[in-house]
Design a protein around this ligand. Sequence first.
Ligand code: NAG
Ligand code: NAG
Ligand code: NAG
Ligand code: NAG
Ligand code: NAG
Ligand code: NAG
Ligand code: NAG
Ligand code: NAG
Ligand code: NAG
Length: 642
Amino acid sequence: MASSTLLVILVLIVSNTKQSLCEPRATEAAQICSNKTAPESDRQLFVPNFLASMASISPEISRQGHGTVINGTGNNTVYTMGECMKDLSQNDCNLCFAQCKTDILSCLPFQRLTRGGRLFYDGCYLRYDDYLFFNESLSSVDRTVCAAADFTGNRTLFKDNVSKLLRNVTAVAPTNNGFFTGFVNDGNLSVYGLAQCWESVRGSGCVDCLEDAVTRVDSCPPKVEGRALNAGCYLRFSTTKFYNNSIIDSPTGNGGGTRRRAAIIASTCAAFSFLLFVAMVSFFVRNKILKRRRVKKKLGALLSIVTKSKINLSYETLERATGYFHSSNKLGQGGSGSVYKGVLPTGQTVAVKRLFFNTTQWADHFFNEVNLIKDMDHINLVKLLGCSITGPESLLVYEYVPNQSLHDYLFVRKDVPPLEWEQRLRIINGTAEGLAYLHDNSNLKIIHRDIKLSNVLLEEDFTPKIADFGLARMFPQDKTHISTGLAGTLGYMAPEYIVRGKLTEKADVFSFGIVVIEVVTGTRNNAFSQNSQSILQMVWDLYGSGNVTEAVDPSIKGKFPEEGAAWLLGIGLLCVQANAEMRPSMSTVVMMLNGDRDIYQPTQPPFLNSASAEFISRFRRPDSYTQSSGNNEITESIVEPR
Ligand SMILES: *[C@@H]1O[C@H](CO)[C@@H](O)[C@H](O)[C@H]1NC(C)=O
Ligand SMILES: *[C@@H]1O[C@H](CO)[C@@H](O)[C@H](O)[C@H]1NC(C)=O
Ligand SMILES: *[C@@H]1O[C@H](CO)[C@@H](O)[C@H](O)[C@H]1NC(C)=O
Ligand SMILES: *[C@@H]1O[C@H](CO)[C@@H](O)[C@H](O)[C@H]1NC(C)=O
Ligand SMILES: *[C@@H]1O[C@H](CO)[C@@H](O)[C@H](O)[C@H]1NC(C)=O
Ligand SMILES: *[C@@H]1O[C@H](CO)[C@@H](O)[C@H](O)[C@H]1NC(C)=O
Ligand SMILES: *[C@@H]1O[C@H](CO)[C@@H](O)[C@H](O)[C@H]1NC(C)=O
Ligand SMILES: *[C@@H]1O[C@H](CO)[C@@H](O)[C@H](O)[C@H]1NC(C)=O
Ligand SMILES: CC(=O)N[C@H]1CO[C@H](CO)[C@@H](O)[C@@H]1O
């Protein structure tokens, strides 16, 4: 009983932190994959254009929160549009979009070439298609999504109030840069709404889109929430406050009539506002509690693990240790949180990671990391020293690794000498050993899923340490592969993982191969570069012509053993072979690195862009699916939220 009270308090605290507002709202509202198909022969032209457009849209999004790009020519041109909701901060926008961009890959076809996909998140939107759709306001596949839960009070009043809110959407948004947020409340009930026309949909297009959206969403009550997901706009109402209202409260914001309404409420009766606040909070919390049963269960398991162990640290201690998370102590920002340097009262220097996900993801990631790595002990894995889960935000405490990441060392810092050959060798060896430990750990097989230069940290003596297990998944021994939501970083992702969501430890081997080639050549692998510039293509070609040492980082020219370099690049190429089965296991790699020079030669080119289209098409042909149970299973499990 006491523990369940504690859980309730915990959930309460979590729901009330500012974090629940500033989350990137990367929750999926709908994914709509086009069922327009094209001949197989078009695939080789279409997919590279798709990848190019995904690469060029990100800078647009991080510059201005929206963007459109067109890549390719003729009938294989790919049109891509992305946009964040206007109330998101730029940082949240980037986070939302990064996830959106990864997840839309699952619209890429499996058995046939489909040429379009839309992914609606509550914080951002991404669509690609094979025709110019940027100013389209309505389409035949537009969707209305109503929540499952019914409103529990007087439904007639609720419906009236929702309609009242929705009427203002069409009145305000078209003349307000396509954007609306607002709410209705009468003390007992609040309804919040947000609507946005995409940047390229203005004027009558925006009006048409919103009118249609309002009509459809108006049929959602008595459901507590509804969304209209149209080609040209997004509309959502909910009894939970889900948007960032600082835009509305700020004097220059775009609140429409709502700002005045808020001012009236505030000035007429402060006590009333307080009641309102209490009502809002209790609605909000009750909702959260109902929805987050699963989280509570997980938290329960986690809490007992943590409190039984010695790794529990108090929030105050860690706050003080990091100078109250002072920006000068910030070491970096990862996929699941920002990391600060801190000094514990014992004098030990540590790295403290603040997780910034919303509640569900928070519990998932946290549970994942703590549970996975609390028992891991290997010199090449970053060690988890402790955590804090009862404070206002969750913190993980790791050993501090002083030289920062391999990525920063190689490509960012200008004040360090280039890595010598022996140091590179040591880094590659250690990374291989750490990975082999993860893969062959006695009772669990762990796939890291996000091996890349920035997840390899360096000690002062250049011992590498693999970090960031946030994406790691435990791998049941009796399964040969698991289908999973795609995660990871595109340039490092194995082709079979991108294309089919098929995850085995060979996906890590592929990423490791990329790391080897990057470390030896001192060049970054660009997932989207044209084939002439691809470092993988270059190394492969030089390997074929027997001149592979020309690819070695020019900054150590003449200061490395030619034979050793050729051999190491050969191992790298072996690991990035397109066919997963032909890649060696990590333990074989470790053996090779330890001097077993009796290795086989790479026989297959890596996942190159020119070859990639051909490669992908081979992977996607129905005949290569004979052993799987068909594409549906894979599609569904990929779309499943993590
Ligand atoms: C809310 O929006 C404002 C204005 O765009 C922004 O500065 C702020 O960071 C946002 N807050 C959150 C919590 O996202
Ligand atoms: C797919 O085809 C079905 C029937 O042919 C149609 O009803 C549906 O709207 C189509 N979906 C898309 C996304 O085009
Ligand atoms: C894709 O299109 C964008 C602009 O629409 C352009 O900047 C970029 O260079 C193109 N990429 C390729 C590989 O053609
Ligand atoms: C694409 O264009 C080529 C010629 O430019 C044509 O042969 C082919 O049939 C077209 N494909 C489609 C699907 O229209
Ligand atoms: C969208 O743009 C195209 C080309 O610019 C134009 O022909 C079309 O009429 C526009 N459609 C709408 C709905 O504005
Ligand atoms: C809801 O409120 C309306 C107006 O106050 C009232 O006429 C109606 O009877 C109420 N319905 C219920 C189910 O309480
Ligand atoms: C809130 O609800 C209660 C009963 O459900 C009702 O008596 C009261 O008048 C309502 N308050 C407002 C401001 O509508
Ligand atoms: C709707 O707009 C009117 C006038 O613009 C404003 O007075 C009213 O408060 C708004 N209502 C809502 C629910 O936003
Ligand atoms: C804030 C507000 O407009 N609340 C209204 C909700 O609906 C009932 C019935 O129409 C009104 O009495 C409230 O004023």
